[in-house]
Design a protein around this ligand. Structure first.
Ligand SMILES: Nc1ncnc2c1ncn2[C@@H]1O[C@H](COP(=O)(O)OP(=O)(O)O)[C@@H](O)[C@H]1O
Ligand SMILES: O=C(CO)[C@H](O)[C@H](O)COP(=O)(O)O
Length: 494
């Protein structure tokens, strides 16, 4: 496999780093044509800009990583979502965005050259494409759609396409179509369009409303191999709702708007780059480059990504392939994970009980830990019931059963990928909150039968920052002497 790539660490071509991003010239030309090309204005040397920001919007909170050229951590922050009964997710994310950017005050913001955002996959909403106001409540990554919506997608998409999964962004678009949501918004002149969580948060900074990335758009039906939307999707009556410009992750979209620059203190020529999803960002942060190596994101949920020489898309198992440059990240996301543990134990209790577990001995308990009925992968069954009974007397034994149960789901996941033709698993690098648990790491290594290590950079936000760094250097290479400025006083389409 061609791993000739753009080195995420140093922004230069390298033969050992992640796969190089490719965009077809027609697409680039089309993009510029649609936007009348990019504005040449006062040249900015950018040589002073050597810091890059990654923002990760996960399930339990948001994080910011600021890195120096080369990837060394300059600063990092975590921002919990504001508490609230019926959490207004869009408001919670937006609040966390401005809070996180405010906390960058401790950094020399004039040195920040670019920023990228990752979010949870297929989390999306309808927004007003003129004002970015939210038109329909966000549907989260694990929100199972109406059977009628899923059936309608299965009638238009190829068999096994990831968009046919009951939680896909396309099934959410189909729900908004079948319930007349977008049509009603049109009549009310709310100019609706679909954006993913990461797309929308980035749009609040760059002011453009129809942009997404290969990874976020995958479960909407975007085909990263083209790259583009397939004819079966473009012929749908709601095709006009879809993001018009789908970028390779990390590609510079625009410079920050004047309003956002004034609000955040970021420099007027700060590039806002296309983002990705949280588990792809975690993969990038882990620095995995060899086929057969994999990254398990052990956060609120369990998402696995295997660097494979072959693409595998089998929605009946919840399996899909993301593209990263010329490589395929084959995997899926389970509803099991840390959120189940959080139902029973605080992080401190998890540490205390984990230290009492003998990881070398298998737990006799046969659990399938879930917070509620419904599983996406490796079993794609919206009605799958949790199995966490019988509960033993001792909490340490109970936790051992839960950790072992989640490890078995992980092993079943990787086993399924190999059964279906993905590259043989040789090593797992762990990201997310669970990576810190040594006992769990040892349990997982025993159950998986391969070495398991914690990612050197366990936070997805680090991967997003590497994407911003890559986008900055790529943009600088393409526009060595000029910087496009947003017609609204910030940055426009590049
Ligand atoms: N020591 C630990 N052992 C196992 N799981 C842990 C530990 N500490 C935190 N977690 C789990 O990590 C999860 C949070 O990880 P994080 O990567 O922040 O998740 P997300 O981004 O999906 O919200 C929580 O669900 C918590 O249960
Ligand atoms: O479960 C999730 C919530 O954290 C992940 O965002 C998501 O499902 C993983 O999907 P992808 O592989 O497209 O990144």
């Amino acid at each position: 496999m061609n791993l000739q790539t753009c080195d995420l660490e140093h922004g230069t071509a390298n033969t050992k780093q992640l796969p190089r991003r490719t965009r077809t010239l027609p697409e680039q030309a089309r993009s510029r044509r649609q936007h009348g090309g990019f504005h040449r204005s006062v040249p900015t040397c950018r040589c002073h800009q050597d810091l890059f920001v990654g923002l990760d919007f996960g399930t339990s909170g948001a994080r910011a990583h600021v890195i120096q050229n080369g990837g060394k951590l300059e600063a990092d922050f975590r921002q919990e979502y504001k508490e609230g009964g019926e959490l207004d997710w869009a408001d919670a994310w937006q609040t966390a965005l401005w809070q996180l950017l405010k906390r960058l005050d401790s950094v020399d913001k004039s040195r920040i050259g670019a920023l990228a955002i990752d979010g949870t996959s297929s989390t999306c909403m309808l927004v007003n494409q003129d004002t970015l106001e939210v038109v329909s409540a966000p549907q989260l990554y694990n929100a199972t759609q109406l059977t009628s919506s899923v059936q309608a997608v299965k009638e238009i998409a190829p068999p096994g396409h990831t968009a046919t999964a009951s939680t896909s962004a396309l099934c959410k678009m189909m729900t908004w179509h079948n319930t007349g949501t977008w049509q009603k918004a049109e009549v009310e002149r709310k100019r609706p369009c679909l954006l993913h969580q990461a797309d929308w948060l980035a749009a609040l900074l760059h002011g453009q409303t129809r942009h997404s990335d290969w990874n976020n758009a995958l479960k909407l039906g975007f085909d990263p191999a083209l790259p583009g939307y397939p004819p079966w999707l473009m012929s749908q009556p709601y095709a006009g709702m879809l993001p018009r410009h789908v970028h390779a992750p990390g590609e510079a979209i625009a410079t920050i708007t004047a309003e956002a620059a004034a609000r955040t203190g970021l420099p007027a020529d700060c590039l806002i780059c296309a983002g990705t999803t949280d588990s792809n960002a975690a993969f990038i942060a882990a620095g995995v480059t060899q086929p057969g190596e994999a990254v398990t994101s052990l956060g609120s949920t369990l998402a696995v990504k295997l660097l494979s020489e072959t693409r595998v898309d089998r929605a009946e198992y919840g399996i899909y392939s993301h593209r990263l440059g010329d490589a395929w990240l084959v995997g899926g996301a389970s509803n099991t994970g840390g959120a189940v543990l959080k139902q029973f134990f605080s992080s401190a209790k998890l540490k205390e009980l984990s230290a009492r577990i003998d990881a070398s001995s298998p737990s006799p308990l046969q659990y399938y830990p879930l917070t509620c009925p419904g599983e996406r992968f490796p079993i794609n069954d919206p009605a799958l019931e949790p199995c966490m009974e019988p509960r033993p007397q001792g909490d340490a034994d109970f936790l051992h059963g839960l950790l072992e149960g989640i490890a078995r789901v992980e092993a079943q996941a990787y086993g399924r990928l190999e059964e279906l033709g993905a590259t043989h698993l040789t090593k797992v690098v762990t990201a997310g909150g669970g990576a810190a648990n040594e006992a769990w790491t040892n349990i997982r290594s025993r159950v998986l039968g391969v070495p398991v290590i914690a990612s050197p950079h366990g936070e997805a936000a680090h991967g997003a920052a590497l994407l911003a760094q890559q986008g900055f250097h790529e943009h600088r290479r393409l526009h060595a002497h000029t910087t496009c400025l947003n017609p609204r006083g910030g940055g426009g389409i590049l």
